[in-house]
Design a binder for this molecule. Sequence first.
Ligand code: MSP
Length: 726
Amino acid sequence: MNTFYVTTPIYYVNSQPHLGNLYTTLVADCLKRYKTQRGFETFFLTGTDEHGVNVGRVAAQAGRTPREHVDYVAAQFQNFFAEFKLDSAHGGYDIFMRTTAPFHLEGVTQLWRRVRETPTPKGREAIYKGYYEGWFCPACAEFKTEDEYIKPEREGDAPLCLVHSVALDRVAEESYFFRLSDYADALLELYESRADFILPESRRNEVMSFVRGGLQDLSISRLKSSVGWGLPVPDDPAHTIYVWFDALTNYITAIGYGNEERERVVGFEKFWPAVHLVGKDILRFHAVYWPAFLLAAKLEPPRTVYAHGMWLDRDGRKMSKTIGNTIELDVLQRYFSIDALRYFCLREMVFGQDGKFSYEALIDRVNSDLAGGIGNLASRTFKMVSIYCNDAIPSGQIDEDKYLLAKRAGVDPDALAFSKTLERARDEFITHFDEFAFSRALEAAWSIVARVDKMISDAKPWELAKDEAQKQTLHAVLYRAAEALRWLSVMLYPIMPDAALAIYAQLGLTDDVTKLDPAKLHWGELKEQTKIGETKPLFPRIDKTKTMAEIEKTNEHTGTHATEADAVAGASITNETTPQPPMQSATEADAVPAQASGSAQSSATAVAVSNDDNLASFIGIEDFAKVDLRVGEILTAERVPKSDKLLRFTIDIGEAQPRQILAGIAEYYEPEKMIGRKVVVVANLKPRKLRGLESQGMVVAASYGEEGRPVVATFTEDVPNGARLK
Ligand code: MSP
């Protein structure tokens, strides 16, 4: 079996987890899931980089020993990844690597010795002892040359790091050096012979010109007396190994280099070389120093080093707590599903370029691409299969004698053109995914969503349903939509696992999607008569105005977490993980107008369910069509204990089970008198909990007068339950 090994950088433990860390790990998670589907045996590494002078300092500021500190922050990272379902338990990373693990020391020691004992291409010692004098940035963990720092204004002061604006440390001590200068030719040959070694190409060019400009030998140790928190240099414990030599080596020690037990369990031989995903800020370490160390030890260099861009705020600025433009992870957790976030990260940033991240942009994507795109497609398809086909996938076949009828309704009698479009989009999706062009892969997938939406609006199944002679056409249209959803759920699984699995289950299918190869999807394999599963809304629409107001309010009240920039700039980790505020539960008071127009709201509120932006303007018919209004019959009605306002109904809207719906009209209506009444129900409103009871829709009512007296809308003519209002 082919293997695929993907890594993220291991993150510094001197700042709390932030969006940047989440991003790289999330992309790696998508890649792992995709490659697993494609039949590879995969291994995915993320973790923490736990040594170095800065860790000692930050630990001291936090009143902890370095050991206590790294354990504490590593646990924070692990919890954080688990919350975003990126841990092993959720099918995410295979190892959370920590450079304080004992096996790591064994592997680093072995690598150091091998480098030391193997002559350079010019026949010299690869590691030699010398004397280093210069400036070192503790935040970058890097020595700085004159053009990489800001000269001090006053003589005698330390210069400042160009990246972090922190004072540099003066280092003047004995040090081991790695003879990097002897590897320039070997590195250039590597870059030239393997066009996909550094990606994207623009970064490859940058690295090549850097190396062509000449390489200086690299100091790879510090005196233990100045940097105590680190791994000892083999056979010379008075020295500590330079943190980047230590950290980069994690990629091979994690899978078994230097440790027999790990080699047996994972396998360096089996999985190496890896695909490294890194931010462009640390490309040089991965594309120059790391392959040089490996070449020096006569080990294979990585398969690919892919440098992605940075997330900036919506104005294109670096995120920083001082500016107040950071993205808060607890806010993301509170208002957005993990799938929505994963989709946004992959769709919004062209992998390799910088991208802009804002809550507004995230909400827009959720509403347009997810709620309005795939979510809407799935819910309308399942609803139609339910209403018109008795919850069973219909046949996709149209008999020849019905061809003309189908054509008259604008439906291709055979599905050839449709299935070809699907295959083309799927092939594009795969090509782009293989090239790390995630946003383009998603565009290809969404071209399927658009194609199916168009087929449905052209064919108008609701019209076809009125004509018995068009039954086959109706069924063929619904079959095609359902089959396209099957394809989409397989393709989208790596990006939005929960939603994809939900669609797959709603189709009534039970295969293990995690192992279904999108390349092996064949048209027509969805079996007719498959009973569809329980349908649930996948991506509820987000009320942008309301949500943004809430987010802004939370930010004012809670302040923000330190960002990477602040933390590495020397700020201590003073803000421990703040306990997660509970999910925003709707209060009864705010639920009443939304659920039943029972307060002094205009009746328009009832219909413009979640788009305050549209309240004052006209909406198109397609917007109105998104609100699923149904005739419902009240089967039971009772007061909700301890509530003056709420009535609890069960209402038959023509589905297999009646819905439980709460309405804030108890002050005006006797429950008994409501039983048997036909009412108007908003059927696709996101379910919400009130007084611990889930309300699965809303009863429409007019509302008038100062106190917003509700008058429940009803019918004067007989009408079947479930009939749609349009
Ligand atoms: N410990 C080193 C890496 C050692 S790997 C052998 C390190 N750690 S870090 O905590 O600073 O993480 C850096 C990584 O976080 C970046 O390379 C990138 O992957 C990610 N990001 C940090 N800020 C980011 C953004 N604003 N946007 C996107 N990713 C960013 O460097």
